[in-house]
Design a protein. Sequence first.
Lengths: 177, 226
Amino acid sequence: MKNIEIVKPSDAYKWAKNFKRIQDKFYDGKYKLRRLQQIEDFVKLNGFSSVYHIEETFLDLDIPKVNDIANSDLILVTHQGYSRYPLVDIIKQIKNWLTTSKHLYFCLNRHYINIDNARLNYDVPDDLQQAITFWLNTELNDCVVVDMSRNYIDLGKNFTWSCPDRHYYIRRVNEVN
Amino acid sequence: MKLIEHFDDYKMTPSNSQKHDYLRYRMGRLKHNYWLKSRKSSDTVYIDEYDKFIIDNLNPGKTCYFGSAGYYVEDIVQDLTVIEMHKIVKTFYPRAVIVQNRTEIGYLFPNTFDNFVVVNNRADMWSTLYPNADGIPSITEHFNYYIKSMRPGCNFFYSFRDTQIPNWNRIKVNHYDYFYNFAKDCKDIGLNLQWHSIQFHNGSCSMVENPDTTNGNIKFLFKLEC
């Protein structure tokens, strides 16, 4: 018998940044995730020209980016780490972003939502997807929240870990320009 | 350029290389790293605290690791059978038993094992806890296949991540109750809960997921009824 040495568990996020690029190699490069096209179309069709993109997994989006959040006309968040914030902190973060930019495109990974098992003091719909939208609308009552997600049962085959599945356009009320 | 929504919307490049298969396998099996590290040492096996817990609580007799890269404990667990669902494992661990589906486990090893271990098995992810009407596989159904290879009194170690269980309302449902009640309900299929560990994010404002993404933050030890 060999000796045993106890080590700390590995880091699950070792592959995170390059996950999509690695996943792409399993295909022949002739496809594109609809969700990514949706983001690009949203930026283009709404005339955004200075997008500050907060990302974790590299998505290689074809959008006009800026490096300074203060100079952006849209903040785009695809970083899944924010989905792992407690509910209350996600709302604080959204409000914080909206003090910098008037427009926010926020992607959430449904499977991380309410990571710390917090309880809300109001009821939400039984369906998780609807519940997430209801929660955002309730907590951000001074904002316009547009749910641009498709609803489906996710069984791990929807590339959610490449690009989060729940997509929301959020802006403060009366701020459209 | 075709727009796709789902893994099956476009055909994956046919696997024509071991490198391709190995990369796909390895990306989802963090415990494989332990094996890579241990095999470089002539006298040391590297495991984590949860592995040690399992090893300390094994019954004497035969042990099966299913879908868990279990070859990393080969040098410290006697009478070990490693069952996997990916052929690529056979290329670097020839002793592995490869099955295409879980029904084969009980067929190949009926009433055999004194310990059955499943650690954060990627193939078990995206299963609901209970059987359902939506045609989604369930962990309960998986358990029923595993039980067929267990001897009475078998210790069954099972761990997974709450974030990869589909079709439940994470905002509405109390997470702890949801998983603990499931474990208690397993008594109906002959599995008595002996020990459990259900841990969640500590509520701090951080991007960290639930504790122990390697082994799973939800861990159960069952004993099969005698």
